[in-house]
Design a protein around this ligand. Structure first.
Ligand SMILES: NC(=O)c1ccc[n+]([C@@H]2O[C@H](COP(=O)([O-])OP(=O)(O)OC[C@H]3O[C@@H](n4cnc5c(N)ncnc54)[C@H](O)[C@@H]3O)[C@@H](O)[C@H]2O)c1
Ligand SMILES: [Zn+2]
Length: 713
């Protein structure tokens, strides 16, 4: 045989093809069957194209089961298998993300249709390529009877139960009597829904949930939800849908163009994406690709490209199919939103609220249209769960305006020498990298935090805003923008600096008029007269809200006593539990915090003295929550409230399981019904007085149970 015809593949090529096939099969299984991709799509596509190129060079290497020849996928155990009446295919992908992608498609179609030079191209329908998974919805006589995934293209999974929970998918079509109408489209998850889902998942994981995980991207989350065996869980994962094509049809006049078909599907009540057009030439396709590329980040969902389809159905039929894809359609991609790169180091950033976030320092990589060299790792648990180590090859995702994140590690690329498992505390030696205050992580919380609060430069702006807030020191006119200006200009660095601000400083600021400067100086001056409760609240101590601050102030009556109080003493304050007490303690254990307090007082911040509540005064309602409803015979609502609070109790506006008693008077309404429903003790005024009297009579200092409560009528 002449060499010219010899297509004998050298053994290296044979081996390489076998390797690629095995790799692709492995990754396809991870992706399609387990919904747990181990490499980014872009990497998969590179392997896929390498195999395609080899097979093109040596056709004898081509096997019928090659991943290039068929749609990969498998029916997940637990789902019934559905045989598709019309196979569900893939589409050819044009990875040239420049104009060339559209031009190549147009040229190919023209060639197939044997169009002469000068003859116009056929019309093309252009739409978005939604990044989700394909779904076949089968309607019989207008009613949804079945929903199936693509599977291997021949058979898919029956996911009807899960799909029924998607509100956007009509269970009955509007005005459609077709015997059979199969609608094909993409089920996807919006980016905001995806972020919220992952946020929830991270919370569950932090709280100790064992079988929960986060999802790498919206596609993966959508696939997981659609193929969730428990429809109740699937229902909690918000999915969306766009229709883009047809499967089997009986008894329905299919419109002659693709654009007409989409209009018809929309008229039947199916969601059809508004971003679409009909293009008359390759140039118009390019324009659509460019325009949508610019809008990509602003869309509420991920797209990985646009799709061009020959618009006329008659022409589509003429063009037909090759193996796994139609000749009349192509997907013209955009730069991938996920890429691999190396993790060089892990930095820790301190947020405005003191939250410590591990940030991956990356070898710069082009992803989602920009070059990324930093990406969030969210928190310690996430970094550990993903087992991210310095030196690893990681997958970075950047989509929309969401900050880039590391979604996983490519374990097969882990070098022999890698860093240790991530340990945030050890990494920082227990100290805030900005202010050296101790860091803390509370039980059930995902994040470590700097406890520096007002003294941490990273938290400065937030601390100032909180301090100036209406319910804190109430400095009118000191808002977001001004705080930014003051801090950025280095005029205010600490809270006491505020009280050293003079007209001169303020007048130098941009956009600050004389009048507003004067007003602000006056507001700052006025804020010096405050209450101890407001002052304590304004320090922004974690977990110390307005009420807790007020209660603590009332209990101790003096700032020094509060700063010196032992944990046990703090726990005596009504409603102060171990978390709040520990937070107060931790705050005042730091000398720089006490200094700030002293400096503020030295600046003239003052409050009226409070008679501290004698800690041995009887407080029979300590720890109890009461709800008042209806009109009491002698006590007004406010009087009853004051008595209850003086006895250590709390008055709440609504009845819940946490309610200890409901005090009901004349014309008590729904709150009384609710109390009965929950089996909560109901008292009348006399019953309330009896409770209050218990302490005065030197009772045990509390009331246990409500068994002997007077039940009002
Ligand atoms: N990361 C991995 O390990 C891994 C493994 C396997 C596959 N993949 C990825 O999966 C993709 C290949 O899968 P594929 O063969 O399903 O091709 P595809 O997903 O790229 O394209 C075909 C699909 O596009 C969808 N689509 C979206 N919008 C459409 C529209 N307007 N009109 C028509 N179809 C539309 C349909 O669901 C259709 O099934 C590649 O992106 C590949 O990178 C990744
Ligand atoms: Zn700090």
């Amino acid at each position: 045989m002449s060499d010219l015809f010899s297509t004998h593949a050298p053994p290296e090529a044979q081996q390489r093809a076998a390797e690629l096939r095995a790799q692709l099969q492995h990754h396809a299984h991870q992706y399609y069957v387990l919904d747990a991709p181990s490499i980014p799509d872009a990497e998969y596509d590179r392997l896929f194209q390498a195999l395609q190129a080899l097979e093109a060079q040596y056709p004898e290497l081509l096997t019928p089961d090659s991943p290039t020849q068929r749609v990969i996928g498998k029916v997940l155990e637990g789902f019934a298998s559905v045989r598709h009446a019309v196979p569900m295919l893939s589409i050819r992908t044009e990875t040239d993300t420049t104009a060339g992608g559209a031009q190549a498609f147009d040229a190919r179609v023209r060639r197939e249709l044997a169009l002469a030079e000068g003859e116009p191209s056929p019309a093309y329908a252009a739409e978005l390529k939604f990044d989700g998974l394909a779904l076949n919805l089968r309607y019989e006589h207008g009613v949804l009877v079945q929903a199936a995934t693509r599977g291997d293209g021949e058979s898919g999974e029956d996911v009807t139960q899960n799909i029924r929970t998607i509100g956007q998918i009509p269970l009955r079509l509007k005005g459609c009597e077709a015997t059979v109408l199969e609608v094909r489209g993409e089920v996807y998850m919006r980016r905001d829904d995806f972020e919220a889902l992952n946020e929830r998942q991270r919370g569950l994981i932090a709280a100790g949930a064992k079988n929960e995980k986060t999802f790498v991207n919206p596609r993966n989350a959508a696939a997981g939800a659609v193929r969730q065996l428990d429809p109740a869980i699937a229902a909690k994962r918000p999915l969306s849908f766009y229709a883009y094509g047809l499967g089997e049809v009986q008894g329905w006049a299919v419109p002659p163009t693709h654009s007409g078909l989409l209009d018809a599907l929309a008229a039947l009540g199916l969601p059809v994406c508004e971003h679409r057009t009909v293009a008359a030439s390759a140039d118009e396709l390019v324009a659509f690709h460019t325009r949508m590329g610019q809008q990509r980040d602003a869309l509420p969902f991920d797209i990985d490209g646009v799709v061009y389809k020959v618009n006329e159905r008659a022409l589509q039929e003429r063009l037909g199919f090759v193996s796994r894809e139609p000749r009349w359609a192509v997907a013209h991609k955009y730069p991938a939103q996920e890429q691999m790169t190396r993790l060089l180091d892990i930095d820790i950033q301190v947020g405005r609220t003191g939250k410590l976030t591990p940030v991956a320092k990356l070898e710069p990589v082009f992803v989602g249209g920009t070059t990324v060299s930093n990406a969030t790792l969210h928190n310690e648990d996430e970094a550990r769960r993903k087992d991210v180590r310095v030196g690893d090859t990681v997958i970075v995702r950047r989509a929309g305006d969401v900050i880039p994140e590391v979604v996983g590690v490519v374990l097969e690329k882990r070098p022999a020498e890698v860093g240790d498992a991530f340990d945030l505390y050890k990494r920082l030696s227990g100290q805030c990298p900005v202010c050296a205050s101790p860091i803390a992580r509370e039980e059930g919380e995902a994040d470590w935090r700097c406890t520096g609060g007002i003294t941490c430069p990273a938290q400065r702006k937030q601390a100032l805003l909180h301090f100036a807030g209406r319910r804190a020191m109430d400095i009118e006119g000191l808002g977001d923008k001004l705080v930014d200006q003051l801090v950025d200009a280095g005029i205010v660095r600490t809270l006491p600096d505020l009280y050293k601000l003079g007209f001169v400083h303020l007048a130098t600021l941009e956009r600050m008029g004389e009048k507003s400067a004067n007003n602000l100086v006056a507001a700052i001056e006025a804020s010096k007269q405050t209450t101890l409760g407001r002052f304590l609240f304004s320090l922004g101590i974690r977990h110390v809200g307005e009420t807790t601050a007020k209660d603590t102030a009332k209990h101790f009556g003096d700032i020094t006593r509060i700063m010196d109080a032992r944990l046990e003493e703090l726990l005596e304050v009504p409603d102060v539990g171990p978390v709040v007490a520990a937070s107060l303690r931790q705050f005042f254990d730091q000398p720089h915090h006490r200094e700030v307090v002293e400096q503020l007082v030295a600046c003239g911040v003052t409050w009226p003295a409070i008679e501290p509540q004698a800690s041995d005064a009887p407080r029979p309602l300590l720890g109890k929550t009461l709800v008042l409803t209806g009109t009491l015979p002698t006590l007004s609502r406010d009087e009853a409230k004051a008595l209850i609070e003086a006895a250590g109790g709390k008055v709440s506006g609504s009845v819940s399981k946490k309610t200890s008693y409901v005090v009901a008077g004349e014309e008590a309404g729904s709150k009384l019904d609710k109390a009965r429903e929950l089996g909560i003790a109901v008292l009348d005024e006399a019953g309330l007085q009896a409770l209050l009297a218990q302490g005065a009579a030197g009772g045990e200092g509390g009331v246990e149970g409500g068994g002997d409560a007077v039940v009002s009528g």
